[in-house]
Design a protein around this ligand. Sequence first.
Ligand SMILES: NC(=O)C1=CN([C@@H]2O[C@H](COP(=O)(O)OP(=O)(O)OC[C@H]3O[C@@H](n4cnc5c(N)ncnc54)[C@H](OP(=O)(O)O)[C@@H]3O)[C@@H](O)[C@H]2O)C=CC1
Ligand SMILES: CC(=O)N[C@@H](CCC(=O)OP(=O)(O)O)C(=O)O
Length: 337
Amino acid sequence: MIRVSIVGASGYTGAELAALVHKHPQFQIAGLYVSENSADAYKPFSSIHGQFAYQIDRTLIPIAESQIGKIVSECDAVFLCTPHAASVEWVAQARHHGAVVFDLSGAYRLSDLNVIKKYYGFDHKYPELLQQAVYGLAEWNHEAIRKADIVAVPGCYPTASLSALKPLQEADLIDSNVLPIINATSGVSGAGRRASLTSSYCEVSLNPYGVLGHRHQPEIAEHLDHPVIFTPHLGNFKRGILATITLKLREGISENQVNAAYASAYEGKSIVRLRQSWPSIADVEGTPFVDLHWQLDPQTGYLVVVSAIDNLLKGAAGQAMQCANLRFGYASSKGLI
Ligand SMILES: NC(=O)C1=CN([C@@H]2O[C@H](COP(=O)(O)OP(=O)(O)OC[C@H]3O[C@@H](n4cnc5c(N)ncnc54)[C@H](OP(=O)(O)O)[C@@H]3O)[C@@H](O)[C@H]2O)C=CC1
Ligand SMILES: CC(=O)N[C@@H](CCC(=O)OP(=O)(O)O)C(=O)O
């Protein structure tokens, strides 16, 4: 059995991950951790996430980065479900002790230090580790993920967007003079469990945010190798992301070529479902899938693609589990479907 420690286990993605590890036939939980001064220190995990009562009987152990050597000695992999700035240091300490690390934050997803400073607000102290980190988009980077010691699990909006756009970009179908436009709406769990006015349930209706400045824009652009316009929206529902993407195809590209690009990119990749009708958030909520459907306007050459995921699963914990499966020699969907 592969023993797994989860730091940030009281949060939304940490809890989903604990649940996935708990039901996985080849993985088991070694320990669940929160920060050194956490208000949840020493509470039973199931007192916070009651759906796991009598299933995951674990205590949330408080721990500092400097103590990670102890965690590493007791497990085969560390999952970090921690804020970006905290993950920068946690990854470095975990690697110092030789751990295989899966970081669900944005700390190791971008390669350019200036872009990180601009969008995350901190100077990244470990450029050599950034270079080693593999971007964990499971359907696309599986060969590199199998050998990686640091996996930067993609953000939720980038997962939805890249899953839709990469087949077209790899097949060279996108008109490079026209930027793809991504309009995506997320449920409030995307903002994490910590209380804030902007993600407070009664405050949220449906609004754009981070317009022309969200940190997922450079993440999508870097891993697509194509600039995009990305506008996130916050919706008044708990979980899920629906991204509607509009792009211009190169002159003369047919619907058959688009269909073939998706079919060939995702052949045998069971987490990606190529749908025959428009997907909805209800279709993917609580599932590890990304659902895609598209339609070409032959008059204008514009294509509309819709991508739906559960932000906490394919957008975070589910994809982290796919990466761990690959890293430890299993099929990427093992334990997920
Ligand atoms: N929510 C989502 O849809 C997605 C989130 N992500 C990313 O995943 C990470 C976790 O997100 P999410 O679960 O939503 O966040 P939450 O706010 O729900 O949980 C954060 C967790 O980290 C712990 N924590 C905070 N600071 C530290 C620290 N310095 N050291 C150790 N533990 C710490 C918190 O507990 P405590 O403070 O009590 O110690 C809590 O357990 C973030 O980086 C987020 O950006 C990625 C994709 C999707
Ligand atoms: C609704 C909401 O607030 N969503 C988050 C994105 C969550 C996510 O994917 O996470 P990373 O922070 O790991 O990139 C946001 O826009 O900041």
